[in-house]
Design a protein around this ligand. Structure first.
Ligand code: ADP
Length: 470
């Protein structure tokens, strides 16, 4: 089991792979070297035989049908390790050179040029036969292959020791190199194991190394940054939500305690219950809004083609009675055919939150204008109001969950500080975002940017003026 795990480790696999590749390469190289060496040796032997033969042919004499070789030429050839038989036209052996005298005349086809390798008592001989055109008869010249075979064997033995030694050395080297390269990974693993939910602020901080391992550690640290931010935001959300629920629950508990403290008439009890009902309603709304936020952040969208112009026109119509009640001029400038791929329910939620705020935070007889326009590769929807406006400092927290600019004022309007985070989450789910510009006393403009997925030809221009409907 342990051995198996060891084999599965990157270090062992690196060493094994390099060992296999090196072994294949070295063995291939060894075989090639041996093969080429033997070929060269064989060529050299054959050339030496041919050269010796032509030298012999030049000096062979014919004396009354008896072929002879001058002694000094025979000695010269024998000194080069060559031996030869000279056969007369009748097929009888006339002369020999070197050790040929001690060897049996081989049966080589001497009428044609021919090479042949034969074995004589544990020794291999290379022979070359050449017909003697001038005198008739033939010449067979030979050479022992012992020396070249010994040289081949020596090379084989050297390779047989050198290749395993080289493999062993390269494996040891590879093992140390792999160890060195992987040591930081082991350190990262150990450190990463220590990081848990409780000490999520710890980092690997391996920034000294600029190699792949350093890049891995940096990426891991960045992932921890994001995880920590998410954890902290979740923790804040839970604590804010608990805080938000605790107040009405406390009031409810006090009201129940008061109601039960002494006997009361049915009318007083029903009055008290109505007050309690308001708090329960508020808590129900809070829980529903929180659910909407989770849904906006986590539920996958059901994408379909949505006409933003039509969607905004429907919403503005829906908001008209509320605006009219407070003499607010609500207008829409939009082109129909502004299509995006999106989730219509979520998009309605997004624009409803912004429109609701615009109307809510605009004093009576103010103005709220909704404009849809194309901005390069995205649709831009501005919701501009002539309302109270927002100071620069709160502006930067506007999209934080449970953030309200003026808590007492927003309590009156029933807000929980979740409308804008929900809208932003929906915009992000659609690949877009919301930005805001505002000036205290002048008004605010919330701009929604949504990427254009599909743009149809602009058929008509719809300008919806709420004044006309008022
Ligand atoms: P709420 O439900 O409390 O309105 P939001 O997340 O929608 O929560 O808004 C957060 C805060 O931003 C609000 O408390 C409000 O003070 C401020 N705000 C939002 N929209 C506007 C606006 N159009 N004009 C002025 N203030 C705004």
């Amino acid at each position: 089991m342990v051995r198996l795990r060891l084999l599965r480790s990157i270090r062992a696999q690196l060493v094994l792979w390099s060992l296999c590749v090196n072994a294949l390469l070295l063995i291939g190289l060894g075989v090639a070297v041996l093969f080429i060496f033997e070929r060269l040796q064989a060529n050299q032997t054959d050339t030496a035989l041919q050269l010796g033969a032509s030298q012999l042919v030049a000096v062979i004499d014919s004396n009354q049908d008896h072929l002879t070789i001058p002694d000094e030429d025979a000695a010269l050839l024998a000194g080069r390790g060559l031996f030869a038989w000279v056969v007369n036209p009748q097929g009888k052996l006339d002369a020999t050179v070197g050790r040929a005298g001690r060897l049996k005349l081989p049966s080589v086809a001497s009428s044609t040029l021919a090479f042949q390798t034969i074995e004589v008592t544990d020794e291999r001989l290379r022979l070359y036969a050449e017909p003697l055109d001038a005198t008739g008869g033939a010449l067979i010249i030979g050479m022992s292959l012992d020396e070249s075979e010994r040289a081949s064997r020596t090379i084989f033995v050297v390779l047989a020791f050198a290749i395993p030694s080289a493999l062993l050395l390269s494996s040891v080297g590879g093992f140390f190199l792999a160890n060195r390269a992987l040591r930081p990974i082991a350190a990262i693993t150990a450190q990463a194991k220590r990081i848990s939910r409780e000490n999520l602020s710890e980092r690997l901080a391996f920034s000294t190394s600029k190699d792949e391992v350093g890049a891995l550690a940096t990426t891991f640290d960045e992932m921890l940054d994001r995880l920590q931010a998410t954890f902290e935001s979740e923790r804040r959300f839970i604590s804010d939500a608990s805080h938000e629920l605790r107040t009405p629950l406390g009031i409810l508990k006090a009201q129940i305690g008061l109601a039960l403290s002494r006997p009361r008439t049915a009318e007083t009890l029903s009055q008290m219950l109505r007050a309690m009902e308001n708090d329960v309603d508020r808590m129900t709304r809070l829980v529903e809004t929180m659910l909407r936020l989770t849904r906006a952040e986590a539920t996958p969208l059901r994408f379909q083609s949505v006409d933003l112009g039509d969607l905004l026109a429907g919403l503005v119509t829906q908001m008209q009675p509320l605006a009219a009640e407070r003499h607010i001029i609500l207008s829409l400038t939009a082109r129909s055919g502004a299509r995006i791929s999106g989730d219509p329910d979520q998009l309605v939620q997004l624009f409803l939150n912004l429109l609701d705020n615009a109307v809510k935070y605009t004093p009576d007889a103010g103005k709220v204008a909704v404009r849809l326009q194309q901005n390069q590769q995205e649709w831009r929807i501005d919701i501009q109001d002539s309302g109270v406006g927002i100071a620069p400092e709160p502006l930067s927290h506007l999209f934080d969950r449970f953030y309200r600019v003026d808590t007492s004022r927003t309590r009156e309007t029933g807000g929980f500080g979740l409308g804008l985070p929900i809208a932003q989450a929906i915009a992000r789910q659609h690949g877009g975002h919301i930005s805001v510009q505002s000036q205290v006393g002048t008004g605010s403009t919330f701009s929604v940017f949504l990427p254009i997925i599909n743009r149809f030809s602009i058929a008509s221009s719809v300008s919806f003026q709420s004044k006309e409907s008022l």
